[in-house]
Write a protein that binds this ligand. Sequence first.
Ligand code: AMP
Ligand code: ZN
Ligand code: FE
Ligand code: FE
Length: 287
Amino acid sequence: MSLVDLHTHSSASDGELSPAALIEKARALGLSTIALTDHDTVSGIVEARGAAAQAGIEFISGIEIEIDFEPGEFHLLGYGIDERSPVLVEAVERLAEARHERNAAILERIAAAGLPLDTAKIAELSRESYVGRPHLADLLVQARCARSRQDAFDRYLGKGRPFYIKKSCLPLDEALSVIRAAGGIAVVAHPYSLFVSKAMLGKFFSEWMEMGIGGIEAYHPTAKYGQCVILERMARERGMFVTAGSDFHGKARPECGLGRTAGNMSIDRRFRDELVGALARHAPRRG
Ligand code: AMP
Ligand code: ZN
Ligand code: FE
Ligand code: FE
């Protein structure tokens, strides 16, 4: 049986493994296709693509962008993007700048609260293209202000907690035009994180399809398998394609094993075929 993974993170964003190490793990597990979907950055793609070519694994470039949305979180996956696209590069630079400012504001709050954080480590982290709350959570753990990354979110960094500052996100129409300009197609990641009723989800899916979103990531480890089947049906009813992913981050999220999704199900190659088919219809020159 040939397995795939269509939603993974490397150390280019908040994953544990370098892009090459991620591909090596995929090879060791026998995956035939992998998509790299780091948050707000394309900086891991070249390394991952090269490693995948060496390992004989099919590689799909990707990104995961947070969209301005209430009440929950809206993550948009862009697949088959050309990471050199000037429109994409400019958007990613803008997101990095906004992150930088937000991190500085969060760190000010932490300092004002008198928590002892190691500023040298922060300076070191800030040199990388993506620093987010998961990294700040790790610093709180290292400073013994929290027991784990999750504990740091629960106590300090999560929505509604004292060090939470809203991130400036792209509006959906802008994110879609960036993905389109880079030759990619858009998929709604883990729709239950949107935190809306099924009736509302249905309305949103229809609206977003009109706007150009092609697919729904129906299968994600944070949802129950039966709930994912419902999402798949909702997508199919609208003629959208369906994907599945692990959202692999490494040790920080042990529940998200590479190549596995909701209900610990192995991710079947049929999901890859749907995505690659959609990409081929969308941009026939793309491999
Ligand atoms: P940021 O983009 O800096 O706001 O960080 C977002 C990332 O933080 C998400 O992709 C999750 O990995 C993580 N995260 C957000 N909220 C929580 C939470 N309540 N508990 C644990 N991790 C979270
Ligand atoms: Zn992440
Ligand atoms: Fe996500
Ligand atoms: Fe993700």
